[in-house]
Design a protein around this ligand. Structure first.
Ligand SMILES: Nc1ncnc2c1ncn2[C@@H]1O[C@H](COP(=O)(O)OP(=O)(O)OP(=O)(O)O)[C@@H](O)[C@H]1O
Length: 241
């Protein structure tokens, strides 16, 4: 079963061609790492798939359906979450937001929603801080709070744009465990990731991006020196790590 199929996805920002004719399939139940140099179009690929930016052409299907029909099955952790950390909200409030979807965002949270939010915070090791104000926690704890928010959405496919950015080793371990637990539960994860050294232990599949999808597939066959060098325009992959 395919969790995601992108066909000839093309995105431009005014006169900047950010992604051209991207073709990508992601099987259900895998962790796919999306890698490539800065400005390669990794975030754009996700935003185009999720209809967050206008596409010039192409299609995106989630479990065989367009995004409009599959929206409730899709979770998204953006690269730069637009959160006002001075807002008077607790970690629990942020996690609870993840339980809302576009069909009933106006409805009151149910007891089940509250349980899901607590479970999501527990999964990232933050339930003990559930009542703490978001402005009073560290950057790594904020990142894990945002991860809890997307977990609370209880999606079938998660898109995470650099979830490891700016977090310490302990938080990295927590996030890695969360990703592997999601996969064990049959979920699909598409993760933009810059640390090439950790791709083999973190991911099952990889997509190499450089203005388009250069190659994608199982790590063993696609994450090769030759293809990585070609993607990064390098003679030596160690320079990209
Ligand atoms: N809102 C925007 N307006 C104009 N150009 C943009 C916009 N967002 C991205 N771009 C351009 O589109 C191209 C792809 O950007 P994108 O953010 O998708 O790359 P990326 O691979 O995610 O980069 P990074 O690794 O630095 O996060 C870049 O040339 C970037 O400058």
């Amino acid at each position: 079963m395919r969790a995601l199929s992108l066909t000839n996805l093309t995105v431009a920002y005014h006169d900047v061609m950010a992604l051209r004719d991207a073709n990508l399939t992601v099987p259900a139940g895998v962790i796919m790492g999306v890698v490539g140099p800065n400005g390669a179009g990794k975030s754009t690929l996700i935003k185009g798939a999720l209809s967050l930016v206008p596409t010039l052409s192409g299609t995106a299907e989630f479990f065989g359906e367009p995004f409009s029909a599959a929206r409730h099955r899709v979770g998204y952790l953006p690269q730069h979450a637009s959160v006002d950390w001075d807002y008077p909200a607790t970690l629990f409030d942020v996690a609870l937001m993840g339980t809302f979807d576009s069909r009933r965002w106006f409805a009151r949270a149910t007891a089940r929603d509250r349980q899901v939010a607590h479970e999501a915070l527990a999964a990232v090791g933050l339930d003990a801080l559930a009542d703490r104000h978001v402005g009073e926690v560290s950057g790594g704890q904020r990142q894990r709070t945002l991860l809890a928010r997307v977990l609370a959405h209880q999606a079938d496919i998660y898109f995470m744009d650099e979830p490891f950015a700016g977090v310490d080793v302990a938080s990295q371990d927590t996030i890695t465990r969360v990703l592997h637990d999601l996969r064990a539960a049959g979920k699909t994860i598409v993760i933009v990731h810059h640390d090439l050294a950790t791709i083999p232990q973190l991911c099952d599949e990889v997509a190499l991006i450089d203005g388009t999808v250069v190659a994608h597939g199982p790590v063993d066959s696609v994450f090769t020196r030759d293809l990585i060098d070609r993607t990064y325009g390098l003679g030596d992959v160690s320079a990209a790590c």
